[in-house]
Write a protein that binds this ligand. Structure first.
Ligand SMILES: NC(=O)C1=CN([C@@H]2O[C@H](COP(=O)(O)OP(=O)(O)OC[C@H]3O[C@@H](n4cnc5c(N)ncnc54)[C@H](OP(=O)(O)O)[C@@H]3O)[C@@H](O)[C@H]2O)[C@@H](O)CC1
Ligand SMILES: Nc1ncnc2c1ncn2[C@@H]1O[C@H](COP(=O)(O)OP(=O)(O)O)[C@@H](O)[C@H]1O
Ligand SMILES: [K+]
Length: 575
């Protein structure tokens, strides 16, 4: 058994080694993870010990941040019947040896035998009854370790486990309650692969997972319940033989799309976007979408809208050009409603010109808000979407569009299984889809793992925020297309800029991801959340988000490309 001294050294090392927030970016199915691990983990608990050290290291960091010290802190360990419970018990033992008062509550009559013995030997008190409240010897716990279930579980938590977490759930959400929750591998009770919520789940402040993320860390609705996710390398293999379920794009690849203009650039090489945005009823949306495009860095923004909306745009953005001419990308639909017949007819015209008639590439386009319900009829006319067409629905719009395409769905169904809705919509239309969920999801028409992106602070849930995103996306698409057009005019290798070497589908998906990232970061900057953990931020208006896009872009370039080395976009592949 390790000594207290060696425990201390091991724990400090674990604290340093825990790579925060998804250093490994692709989530694989639980079955594939278990299969890849099995040859190494059979007959040994050394990997469980490594896992427990990483969990204990994260617990130490949480307790120090919460209380300033570990000694005397109160820790409650929730223990299931598998190795997830074993990880939690061994972590509890390590914390007990560091002076924490640790109590374990099993949800099973058969906790991991060796781990239970070791926990008892380290001074962990093992209680039997379900906890009526987050108490420990009469005093409130500082930290809960959720080790009920991990990748070996299925379905909703069984009653005994559910009874343990019920009073803890009732104590409030992370940040609102007096204790912190650290989940081992996943918050117990989530759909590990599909991110579903089949029953009650205790939301974690932090989750320590192993080898690679699980679907539940990247896919809504479960993803936000993981809190901060640390992916810890235990020396076990990533199951690269299977296709990932979802992945988080490398920020360096997104930053590489957003190159700074050089000596040979002019406004047309930086991209021109044409916005069909705003209406008599919603003229402000035109201002928001145009501002989003300009602040995201477009060379020129053209606007087509009713007079009232154009006047508003020009009053605040005199650089906008009130005529649609040649553009590298268009944005169709922000601030419009299909019931506005004359405006819907104008949008239909723009979409007819943008969609494909055969196999050739169409006009790159963002199809948003009031333009989305027009799609089923246009597709019925024989027009075709390609990856260069990006749909930007929220759950309600996605449900309506799926239904319009003959795949009946309700908003609730999309919210319960957003990844499957995004994939279904991309497959049914042939377009790239950004589903505005938390996190945001990007699905490609050719299938493959969905991209998962932090949607930014909840303050972004404010009217007009989606109009800003549509404009920013139009700007990024226009820049990417301008770079590709420019590269096509040169000998291969002579000009290596932007997304020149990528498949169309990957270039557009990454451009979509880059704009979601800029939008989320702009929301963080505008709300003051960028100050770091513990800063909940302040309310923002949609125009604040647009105003912070340029700063977000600058920071992404500076943070993701610290040595001015452009990332290799040729290596993106599917994840
Ligand atoms: N491979 C390794 O060596 C490593 C694995 N590691 C860790 O092991 C975890 C995987 O361990 P695992 O495979 O033992 O499964 P686990 O997630 O603990 O769940 C199975 C248990 O839960 C029970 N149960 C099932 N469904 C349930 C429900 N709905 N509600 C309640 N209970 C339910 C089920 O009961 P049974 O069906 O047997 O009655 C069984 O007792 C993994 O996530 C990681 O943390 C790390 O240590 C690194 C090395
Ligand atoms: N809780 C949230 N957390 C983070 N971002 C959110 C949240 N709710 C909404 N958003 C973001 O705000 C935007 C809202 O878009 P949308 O629903 O189209 O609004 P609008 O039509 O008013 O512009 C989307 O980008 C979405 O991802
Ligand atoms: K767990």
């Amino acid at each position: 058994m390790p000594t207290a001294m060696s425990d201390a050294r091991v724990l400090e090392a674990a604290e340093c080694a825990a790579t925060p927030t998804l250093a490994r970016r692709a989530a694989y199915p639980a079955r594939a993870i278990a299969r890849a691990e099995a040859p190494l983990t059979a007959g040994t608990d050394q990997y469980m010990r490594r896992a427990a050290r990483a969990v204990a290291g994260a617990c130490l960091a949480e307790l120090r941040e919460l209380r300033g010290s570990v000694a005397g802190s109160r820790v409650l360990v929730l223990v299931g019947g598998g190795r997830n419970g074993g990880d939690a018990l061994l972590a509890g033992a390590l914390l007990a040896r560091r002076g924490a008062r640790v109590e374990a509550r099993p949800a099973t009559d058969h906790p991991h035998g060796a781990a239970l013995s070791e926990a008892r030997a380290a001074g962990v008190a093992v209680a039997d009854a379900p906890a009526p409240s987050p108490v420990l010897g009469g005093a409130a716990a500082d930290l809960i370790i959720d080790g009920l279930t991990g990748i070996g579980a299925s379905g909703p938590l069984r009653p005994r486990a559910a009874a343990l977490i019920a009073p803890l759930i009732a104590a409030g959400a992370p940040g609102e309650r007096a204790f912190r929750v650290l989940a081992v591998d996943v918050p117990s009770g989530v759909g590990v692969d599909d991110g579903s919520l089949p029953g009650p789940v205790l939301a974690a402040d932090r989750t320590v997972t192993f080898t690679c993320p699980r679907g539940a860390h990247l896919l809504p609705p479960a993803a936000p319940l993981s809190g901060r996710v640390d992916v810890v390398d235990l020396g076990l293999p990533v199951p690269t033989g299977s296709e990932p379920l979802a992945s988080v794009p490398d920020p360096a690849l997104l930053a590489a799309l957003l190159r700074a203009p050089g000596a040979t650039d002019h406004k047309y090489t930086r991209g021109v976007v044409g916005l069909h945005a705003g209406s008599e009823a919603y003229p402000g949306a035109a201002v928001l979408a145009v501002s989003g495009a300009i602040r995201a860095g477009v060379g020129m923004a053209r606007i087509q809208a009713p007079r009232r909306a154009v006047d508003l745009v020009l009053a605040s953005r005199p650089e906008a050009v009130p005529a649609i001419g040649r553009c590298q990308a268009i944005v169709v639909g922000p601030g419009t409603h299909r019931a506005d017949q004359p405006r819907a007819e104008e949008l239909r015209g723009a979409l007819r010109a943008a969609l494909r008639r055969g196999s050739g590439e169409g006009q790159w386009a963002v199809i948003d808000a009031g333009a989305l319900p027009l799609l089923p009829d246009l597709l019925g006319e024989g027009l075709i979407c390609g990856p260069e067409h990006v749909l930007t629905p929220h759950a309600g719009e996605a449900a309506a569009l799926l239904s319009g395409l003959g795949l009946p769905a309700t908003r609730e169904e999309v919210e319960a299984a957003p990844a499957s809705a995004a994939r279904g919509l991309a497959g049914a239309t042939g377009a790239t889809v950004i589903l505005k969920a938390v996190p945001a999801l990007i699905a490609r028409p050719g299938g493959g793992p969905v991209l998962s992106l932090d949607a930014g602070p909840g303050w972004l849930a404010t009217a007009g925020s989606g109009d800003v995103l549509a404009g920013a996306l139009g700007a990024v698409l226009a820049a990417v297309r301008a770079d590709r057009e420019r590269a096509e005019g040169h000998q291969r290798g002579e000009l290596s800029i932007g997304a020149a070497g990528l498949l169309l589908e990957d270039a557009v998906a990454l451009a979509a991801a880059a704009s979601v990232r800029l939008h989320a970061d702009a929301g963080r900057l505008a709300s003051g959340q960028a100050l770091g953990r513990g800063h909940e931020g302040r309310p923002i208006a949609a125009l604040d988000v647009a105003d912070h896009l340029s700063c977000a872009r600058q920071r992404l370039r500076a943070q993701a490309l610290p040595h001015d080395q452009p990332a290799s976009l040729a290596e993106t592949g599917r994840n």
